[in-house]
Design a protein around this ligand. Structure first.
Ligand code: NAD
Ligand code: DAU
Length: 350
Protein backbone atom coordinates (compact mmCIF):
# COMPACT_ATOMS: atom_id res chain seq x y z
CA UNK A 1 0.00 0.00 0.00
CA UNK A 2 1.26 3.50 -0.81
CA UNK A 3 0.67 4.96 2.65
CA UNK A 4 -0.13 3.55 6.06
CA UNK A 5 -1.88 6.36 7.92
CA UNK A 6 -2.39 6.36 11.68
CA UNK A 7 -5.57 8.28 12.52
CA UNK A 8 -5.91 8.83 16.27
CA UNK A 9 -9.32 9.42 17.86
CA UNK A 10 -11.00 7.76 14.89
CA UNK A 11 -13.88 6.40 16.98
CA UNK A 12 -14.95 9.88 18.09
CA UNK A 13 -17.26 12.37 16.41
CA UNK A 14 -14.95 14.01 13.84
CA UNK A 15 -12.45 11.17 13.70
CA UNK A 16 -15.05 8.63 12.60
CA UNK A 17 -16.02 10.84 9.64
CA UNK A 18 -12.35 11.30 8.72
CA UNK A 19 -11.69 7.55 8.92
CA UNK A 20 -14.70 6.77 6.73
CA UNK A 21 -13.74 9.36 4.13
CA UNK A 22 -10.15 8.05 3.89
CA UNK A 23 -11.08 4.34 3.87
CA UNK A 24 -13.59 4.78 1.05
CA UNK A 25 -11.79 7.42 -1.02
CA UNK A 26 -8.29 5.94 -0.80
CA UNK A 27 -8.45 2.12 -1.12
CA UNK A 28 -4.70 2.20 -1.84
CA UNK A 29 -3.98 3.51 1.70
CA UNK A 30 -4.01 1.41 4.85
CA UNK A 31 -5.95 3.28 7.52
CA UNK A 32 -5.06 2.43 11.11
CA UNK A 33 -7.55 3.86 13.59
CA UNK A 34 -6.04 4.19 17.08
CA UNK A 35 -8.51 5.02 19.81
CA UNK A 36 -8.69 4.42 23.58
CA UNK A 37 -12.51 4.21 23.43
CA UNK A 38 -13.14 6.67 26.25
CA UNK A 39 -16.76 7.70 26.96
CA UNK A 40 -16.58 9.69 23.68
CA UNK A 41 -15.27 6.87 21.49
CA UNK A 42 -17.78 4.53 19.90
CA UNK A 43 -17.17 1.74 17.41
CA UNK A 44 -20.81 2.00 16.32
CA UNK A 45 -19.69 5.17 14.49
CA UNK A 46 -17.57 2.99 12.20
CA UNK A 47 -19.97 0.23 11.15
CA UNK A 48 -19.80 1.34 7.51
CA UNK A 49 -16.09 0.53 7.22
CA UNK A 50 -15.39 -2.15 9.84
CA UNK A 51 -15.08 -4.92 7.23
CA UNK A 52 -13.01 -2.93 4.73
CA UNK A 53 -9.75 -4.60 3.67
CA UNK A 54 -7.72 -1.36 4.03
CA UNK A 55 -8.97 -0.64 7.57
CA UNK A 56 -7.62 -1.73 10.98
CA UNK A 57 -8.72 -0.71 14.48
CA UNK A 58 -6.24 -0.61 17.39
CA UNK A 59 -7.57 0.04 20.89
CA UNK A 60 -4.77 2.01 22.55
CA UNK A 61 -4.09 5.06 24.67
CA UNK A 62 -1.78 7.74 23.25
CA UNK A 63 -0.30 8.07 26.73
CA UNK A 64 1.19 4.57 26.41
CA UNK A 65 4.69 4.85 24.91
CA UNK A 66 5.25 1.12 24.41
CA UNK A 67 1.95 0.52 22.61
CA UNK A 68 2.56 3.44 20.28
CA UNK A 69 6.00 2.09 19.38
CA UNK A 70 4.55 -1.35 18.67
CA UNK A 71 1.75 0.07 16.49
CA UNK A 72 4.14 2.18 14.40
CA UNK A 73 6.26 -0.93 13.80
CA UNK A 74 3.41 -3.37 13.23
CA UNK A 75 1.75 -1.20 10.57
CA UNK A 76 4.84 0.55 9.23
CA UNK A 77 3.10 3.89 9.75
CA UNK A 78 4.02 6.51 7.14
CA UNK A 79 1.88 9.47 8.30
CA UNK A 80 -0.22 10.57 11.28
CA UNK A 81 -3.50 12.48 11.47
CA UNK A 82 -3.92 13.26 15.16
CA UNK A 83 -7.44 13.87 16.46
CA UNK A 84 -7.50 11.98 19.78
CA UNK A 85 -8.28 14.39 22.59
CA UNK A 86 -10.46 15.20 25.53
CA UNK A 87 -12.79 17.61 23.73
CA UNK A 88 -15.48 18.97 26.06
CA UNK A 89 -14.89 22.40 27.63
CA UNK A 90 -17.25 21.79 30.59
CA UNK A 91 -15.41 18.60 31.54
CA UNK A 92 -12.10 20.49 31.38
CA UNK A 93 -13.41 22.88 34.02
CA UNK A 94 -14.07 20.06 36.49
CA UNK A 95 -11.06 17.87 35.59
CA UNK A 96 -8.25 19.87 33.92
CA UNK A 97 -5.62 17.19 34.52
CA UNK A 98 -7.39 14.67 32.29
CA UNK A 99 -6.94 17.24 29.50
CA UNK A 100 -3.25 17.74 30.25
CA UNK A 101 -2.73 13.97 30.25
CA UNK A 102 -4.32 13.22 26.88
CA UNK A 103 -4.03 16.50 24.99
CA UNK A 104 -0.55 17.58 26.10
CA UNK A 105 1.29 14.49 27.37
CA UNK A 106 -0.44 12.18 24.87
CA UNK A 107 0.40 14.46 21.94
CA UNK A 108 4.07 14.74 22.94
CA UNK A 109 4.18 10.96 23.38
CA UNK A 110 2.80 10.53 19.87
CA UNK A 111 5.27 13.06 18.45
CA UNK A 112 8.11 11.11 20.08
CA UNK A 113 6.86 7.79 18.72
CA UNK A 114 6.66 9.25 15.21
CA UNK A 115 10.05 10.96 15.46
CA UNK A 116 11.69 7.80 16.72
CA UNK A 117 10.11 5.58 14.04
CA UNK A 118 10.77 7.99 11.14
CA UNK A 119 14.18 9.16 12.34
CA UNK A 120 16.10 8.18 9.18
CA UNK A 121 13.90 10.25 6.87
CA UNK A 122 11.70 12.65 8.85
CA UNK A 123 11.09 14.82 5.78
CA UNK A 124 9.24 11.99 4.01
CA UNK A 125 6.50 11.68 6.63
CA UNK A 126 3.72 14.01 7.76
CA UNK A 127 2.45 14.63 11.28
CA UNK A 128 -0.91 16.41 10.92
CA UNK A 129 -2.29 17.85 14.13
CA UNK A 130 -6.03 18.66 14.22
CA UNK A 131 -6.80 21.54 16.55
CA UNK A 132 -9.39 24.13 17.46
CA UNK A 133 -10.15 27.82 17.02
CA UNK A 134 -10.48 28.07 20.83
CA UNK A 135 -6.69 28.49 21.11
CA UNK A 136 -7.11 32.08 19.84
CA UNK A 137 -9.27 33.06 22.82
CA UNK A 138 -12.47 35.10 22.82
CA UNK A 139 -13.49 37.90 20.41
CA UNK A 140 -15.19 40.88 22.04
CA UNK A 141 -14.89 43.73 19.53
CA UNK A 142 -15.61 42.19 16.15
CA UNK A 143 -12.93 40.80 13.86
CA UNK A 144 -11.91 37.26 12.99
CA UNK A 145 -9.26 34.73 13.94
CA UNK A 146 -6.48 34.54 11.36
CA UNK A 147 -3.65 32.00 11.24
CA UNK A 148 -1.42 34.83 12.53
CA UNK A 149 -3.65 35.71 15.52
CA UNK A 150 -1.76 35.35 18.82
CA UNK A 151 -2.75 32.47 21.05
CA UNK A 152 -4.86 33.44 24.08
CA UNK A 153 -6.56 30.28 25.39
CA UNK A 154 -9.11 30.88 28.14
CA UNK A 155 -10.30 27.43 29.30
CA UNK A 156 -8.35 24.40 30.54
CA UNK A 157 -9.43 22.65 27.31
CA UNK A 158 -8.15 25.39 25.02
CA UNK A 159 -4.97 25.80 27.10
CA UNK A 160 -4.26 22.08 26.64
CA UNK A 161 -4.91 22.26 22.88
CA UNK A 162 -2.74 25.40 22.61
CA UNK A 163 0.08 23.58 24.41
CA UNK A 164 -0.23 20.63 22.03
CA UNK A 165 -0.15 22.96 18.99
CA UNK A 166 3.01 24.60 20.36
CA UNK A 167 4.66 21.20 20.84
CA UNK A 168 3.91 20.20 17.24
CA UNK A 169 5.47 23.43 15.95
CA UNK A 170 8.41 23.03 18.33
CA UNK A 171 9.07 19.54 16.91
CA UNK A 172 8.94 20.98 13.38
CA UNK A 173 11.44 23.68 14.28
CA UNK A 174 13.76 21.62 16.47
CA UNK A 175 13.78 18.19 14.83
CA UNK A 176 12.69 19.26 11.31
CA UNK A 177 9.59 17.07 11.44
CA UNK A 178 7.18 17.67 8.59
CA UNK A 179 4.00 19.00 10.19
CA UNK A 180 0.74 20.81 9.49
CA UNK A 181 -1.78 22.15 12.01
CA UNK A 182 -5.39 23.10 11.33
CA UNK A 183 -7.63 25.06 13.69
CA UNK A 184 -11.34 24.56 13.13
CA UNK A 185 -14.52 26.11 14.47
CA UNK A 186 -17.51 24.24 16.02
CA UNK A 187 -18.54 21.10 14.18
CA UNK A 188 -22.04 19.63 14.12
CA UNK A 189 -23.62 16.63 12.42
CA UNK A 190 -24.27 12.89 12.83
CA UNK A 191 -22.46 11.00 15.63
CA UNK A 192 -21.96 14.12 17.78
CA UNK A 193 -21.88 13.12 21.45
CA UNK A 194 -24.95 14.59 23.19
CA UNK A 195 -23.00 16.48 25.84
CA UNK A 196 -22.47 19.19 23.19
CA UNK A 197 -25.09 21.92 22.57
CA UNK A 198 -26.73 20.81 19.30
CA UNK A 199 -27.13 17.04 19.91
CA UNK A 200 -28.02 17.70 23.56
CA UNK A 201 -30.89 19.96 22.48
CA UNK A 202 -32.11 17.52 19.81
CA UNK A 203 -32.11 14.71 22.38
CA UNK A 204 -33.86 16.82 25.03
CA UNK A 205 -36.48 18.25 22.68
CA UNK A 206 -37.36 14.74 21.61
CA UNK A 207 -37.77 13.72 25.26
CA UNK A 208 -39.52 16.92 26.39
CA UNK A 209 -36.67 17.80 28.72
CA UNK A 210 -35.39 21.33 29.57
CA UNK A 211 -32.97 22.92 27.11
CA UNK A 212 -30.17 24.39 29.27
CA UNK A 213 -28.90 27.66 27.77
CA UNK A 214 -25.86 29.10 29.54
CA UNK A 215 -26.07 32.74 30.65
CA UNK A 216 -28.20 34.79 28.28
CA UNK A 217 -27.57 32.62 25.22
CA UNK A 218 -25.71 35.52 23.60
CA UNK A 219 -22.42 33.69 23.00
CA UNK A 220 -21.55 33.26 19.35
CA UNK A 221 -20.02 30.24 17.61
CA UNK A 222 -19.16 29.56 13.96
CA UNK A 223 -20.62 26.19 12.89
CA UNK A 224 -19.35 23.78 10.24
CA UNK A 225 -20.89 20.48 9.12
CA UNK A 226 -18.62 17.63 10.25
CA UNK A 227 -18.28 16.08 6.78
CA UNK A 228 -17.04 19.43 5.48
CA UNK A 229 -14.39 19.41 8.21
CA UNK A 230 -13.42 15.87 7.16
CA UNK A 231 -13.11 17.11 3.54
CA UNK A 232 -10.93 19.98 4.75
CA UNK A 233 -8.69 17.53 6.63
CA UNK A 234 -8.35 15.48 3.45
CA UNK A 235 -7.39 18.66 1.56
CA UNK A 236 -4.86 19.83 4.16
CA UNK A 237 -3.35 16.33 4.46
CA UNK A 238 -2.75 16.09 0.71
CA UNK A 239 -2.06 19.70 -0.27
CA UNK A 240 -1.07 21.55 2.90
CA UNK A 241 2.43 23.01 2.91
CA UNK A 242 5.02 21.79 5.38
CA UNK A 243 5.03 23.83 8.60
CA UNK A 244 1.85 25.74 7.75
CA UNK A 245 -1.33 26.38 9.73
CA UNK A 246 -4.79 26.43 8.17
CA UNK A 247 -7.91 27.88 9.77
CA UNK A 248 -11.10 25.99 8.90
CA UNK A 249 -14.55 27.48 9.43
CA UNK A 250 -18.11 27.62 8.19
CA UNK A 251 -18.52 31.38 7.54
CA UNK A 252 -21.60 30.74 9.68
CA UNK A 253 -21.91 32.58 13.00
CA UNK A 254 -24.85 32.00 15.30
CA UNK A 255 -25.85 33.12 18.81
CA UNK A 256 -26.55 30.06 20.93
CA UNK A 257 -30.14 31.11 21.63
CA UNK A 258 -30.85 31.49 17.91
CA UNK A 259 -29.58 27.96 17.26
CA UNK A 260 -31.72 26.57 20.07
CA UNK A 261 -34.77 28.38 18.67
CA UNK A 262 -34.04 27.04 15.19
CA UNK A 263 -33.79 23.48 16.55
CA UNK A 264 -37.08 23.93 18.43
CA UNK A 265 -38.89 25.13 15.29
CA UNK A 266 -37.50 22.35 13.09
CA UNK A 267 -38.21 19.66 15.67
CA UNK A 268 -41.81 20.85 16.22
CA UNK A 269 -42.33 20.48 12.49
CA UNK A 270 -40.69 17.05 12.23
CA UNK A 271 -42.40 15.66 15.33
CA UNK A 272 -45.78 17.06 14.31
CA UNK A 273 -46.00 19.26 17.39
CA UNK A 274 -47.82 22.57 17.57
CA UNK A 275 -45.65 25.59 16.64
CA UNK A 276 -43.96 26.97 19.79
CA UNK A 277 -44.16 23.73 21.82
CA UNK A 278 -40.43 23.03 22.14
CA UNK A 279 -39.48 26.68 22.74
CA UNK A 280 -41.20 26.37 26.12
CA UNK A 281 -38.45 23.93 27.15
CA UNK A 282 -35.74 26.64 26.96
CA UNK A 283 -34.27 27.16 30.43
CA UNK A 284 -31.59 29.74 31.17
CA UNK A 285 -29.04 28.20 33.53
CA UNK A 286 -25.84 29.28 35.30
CA UNK A 287 -23.21 30.42 32.81
CA UNK A 288 -20.13 28.35 32.00
CA UNK A 289 -17.15 29.59 34.05
CA UNK A 290 -14.97 31.86 31.89
CA UNK A 291 -17.36 31.41 28.95
CA UNK A 292 -15.75 32.70 25.72
CA UNK A 293 -18.07 35.27 24.12
CA UNK A 294 -17.44 34.78 20.40
CA UNK A 295 -15.35 32.66 18.06
CA UNK A 296 -15.14 33.57 14.37
CA UNK A 297 -12.75 32.01 11.90
CA UNK A 298 -11.42 33.65 8.77
CA UNK A 299 -11.00 30.63 6.48
CA UNK A 300 -9.76 32.61 3.46
CA UNK A 301 -6.31 30.99 3.42
CA UNK A 302 -7.52 27.40 2.96
CA UNK A 303 -10.14 28.64 0.50
CA UNK A 304 -7.70 30.60 -1.65
CA UNK A 305 -4.57 28.44 -1.37
CA UNK A 306 -6.06 24.93 -1.27
CA UNK A 307 -9.48 25.47 -2.88
CA UNK A 308 -11.57 24.14 0.03
CA UNK A 309 -14.90 25.63 1.05
CA UNK A 310 -17.97 24.36 2.94
CA UNK A 311 -20.40 22.43 0.74
CA UNK A 312 -23.54 22.75 2.86
CA UNK A 313 -25.69 25.64 4.01
CA UNK A 314 -26.39 25.53 7.75
CA UNK A 315 -30.15 24.92 7.50
CA UNK A 316 -29.49 21.99 5.15
CA UNK A 317 -26.88 20.55 7.53
CA UNK A 318 -29.21 20.96 10.52
CA UNK A 319 -31.98 19.09 8.68
CA UNK A 320 -29.60 16.20 7.93
CA UNK A 321 -28.42 16.22 11.54
CA UNK A 322 -31.89 16.18 13.11
CA UNK A 323 -33.01 13.42 10.73
CA UNK A 324 -29.93 11.39 11.62
CA UNK A 325 -30.74 11.56 15.34
CA UNK A 326 -34.41 10.76 14.76
CA UNK A 327 -33.42 7.73 12.67
CA UNK A 328 -30.70 6.49 15.03
CA UNK A 329 -32.51 6.12 18.33
CA UNK A 330 -30.50 2.99 19.17
CA UNK A 331 -27.21 4.92 18.86
CA UNK A 332 -28.60 7.61 21.18
CA UNK A 333 -29.93 5.04 23.66
CA UNK A 334 -26.50 3.39 23.88
CA UNK A 335 -24.52 6.59 24.41
CA UNK A 336 -26.98 8.17 26.85
CA UNK A 337 -27.23 5.25 29.23
CA UNK A 338 -25.17 4.90 32.42
CA UNK A 339 -22.18 7.24 32.62
CA UNK A 340 -23.82 9.90 30.43
CA UNK A 341 -26.79 10.18 32.74
CA UNK A 342 -24.51 10.49 35.78
CA UNK A 343 -22.50 13.24 34.08
CA UNK A 344 -25.70 14.99 33.00
CA UNK A 345 -27.34 14.95 36.41
CA UNK A 346 -24.20 16.20 38.12
CA UNK A 347 -23.46 18.92 35.57
CA UNK A 348 -26.99 20.29 35.36
CA UNK A 349 -27.76 19.49 39.04
CA UNK A 350 -30.94 17.56 38.29
P1 NAD B 1 -14.56 13.45 20.60
O1 NAD B 1 -14.52 13.74 22.06
O2 NAD B 1 -15.87 13.15 19.95
O3 NAD B 1 -13.60 12.22 20.24
C1 NAD B 1 -12.32 12.10 20.79
C2 NAD B 1 -11.84 10.70 20.51
O4 NAD B 1 -10.52 10.58 21.07
C3 NAD B 1 -12.70 9.61 21.16
O5 NAD B 1 -12.93 8.56 20.24
C4 NAD B 1 -11.85 9.12 22.33
O6 NAD B 1 -12.07 7.75 22.64
C5 NAD B 1 -10.44 9.35 21.80
N1 NAD B 1 -9.46 9.54 22.90
C6 NAD B 1 -9.58 10.35 23.97
N2 NAD B 1 -8.49 10.23 24.76
C7 NAD B 1 -7.68 9.34 24.16
C8 NAD B 1 -6.40 8.80 24.48
N3 NAD B 1 -5.76 9.16 25.60
N4 NAD B 1 -5.84 7.93 23.63
C9 NAD B 1 -6.48 7.54 22.49
N5 NAD B 1 -7.70 8.00 22.15
C10 NAD B 1 -8.29 8.89 22.97
O7 NAD B 1 -13.85 14.70 19.91
P2 NAD B 1 -14.15 15.40 18.52
O8 NAD B 1 -15.18 16.42 18.72
O9 NAD B 1 -14.32 14.36 17.49
O10 NAD B 1 -12.76 16.15 18.29
C11 NAD B 1 -11.68 15.51 17.63
C12 NAD B 1 -10.51 16.47 17.55
O11 NAD B 1 -10.88 17.65 16.84
C13 NAD B 1 -10.01 16.95 18.91
O12 NAD B 1 -8.62 17.04 18.86
C14 NAD B 1 -10.64 18.33 19.08
O13 NAD B 1 -9.84 19.15 19.90
C15 NAD B 1 -10.66 18.80 17.64
N6 NAD B 1 -11.72 19.77 17.30
C16 NAD B 1 -13.03 19.50 17.62
C17 NAD B 1 -14.02 20.40 17.22
C18 NAD B 1 -15.48 20.16 17.51
O14 NAD B 1 -16.32 21.03 17.27
N7 NAD B 1 -15.87 18.98 18.00
C19 NAD B 1 -13.67 21.57 16.54
C20 NAD B 1 -12.31 21.81 16.25
C21 NAD B 1 -11.36 20.89 16.63
O1 DAU C 1 -14.74 25.94 18.65
C1 DAU C 1 -14.36 24.59 18.52
C2 DAU C 1 -14.76 23.84 19.77
O2 DAU C 1 -16.17 23.66 19.71
C3 DAU C 1 -14.05 22.48 19.89
O3 DAU C 1 -12.67 22.69 20.00
C4 DAU C 1 -14.59 21.72 21.11
O4 DAU C 1 -13.99 20.44 21.16
C5 DAU C 1 -16.09 21.58 20.95
O5 DAU C 1 -16.62 20.92 22.08
C6 DAU C 1 -16.75 22.95 20.79
O6 DAU C 1 -16.65 23.72 21.99
P1 DAU C 1 -17.86 24.60 22.57
O7 DAU C 1 -17.67 24.83 24.01
O8 DAU C 1 -18.08 25.80 21.71
O9 DAU C 1 -19.09 23.56 22.28
P2 DAU C 1 -20.37 23.20 23.16
O10 DAU C 1 -21.30 22.44 22.28
O11 DAU C 1 -20.02 22.63 24.48
O12 DAU C 1 -21.03 24.64 23.43
C7 DAU C 1 -21.45 25.47 22.36
C8 DAU C 1 -22.02 26.74 22.97
O13 DAU C 1 -23.24 26.42 23.66
C9 DAU C 1 -21.11 27.37 24.03
O14 DAU C 1 -21.20 28.78 23.94
C10 DAU C 1 -21.68 26.88 25.34
C11 DAU C 1 -23.17 26.75 25.06
N1 DAU C 1 -23.88 25.69 25.79
C12 DAU C 1 -23.36 24.42 25.79
C13 DAU C 1 -23.98 23.40 26.48
C14 DAU C 1 -23.38 22.02 26.52
C15 DAU C 1 -25.10 25.95 26.42
O15 DAU C 1 -25.59 27.11 26.39
N2 DAU C 1 -25.71 24.94 27.10
C16 DAU C 1 -25.22 23.68 27.16
O16 DAU C 1 -25.84 22.80 27.82
Amino acid sequence: MSKSILITGGAGFIGSHVVQLFVVKYPEYKIVNLDALTYAGNLENLKAVEGASNYVFEKADIQDEEILKAIFEKHNITDVIHLAAESHVDRSITDPLAFVKTNVFGTVNLLNAAKEFWKENLADHLFYHVSTDEVYGSLHDGGFFLETTSYDPQSPYSASKAASDHFVRAYANTYKMKTVVSNCSNNYGPNHFPEKLIPLCIHNIKNNRPLPVYGKGENVRDWLFVKDHARAIDTVFHQGKDGETYNIGGFNEWKNIDIVNLLCAKMDEKLGREVGTSEKLITYVKDRAGHDLRYAIDATKIQKELGWEPSLQFEEGIEITIDWYLNNQEWLDHVTSGAYQEYYDKHYEA
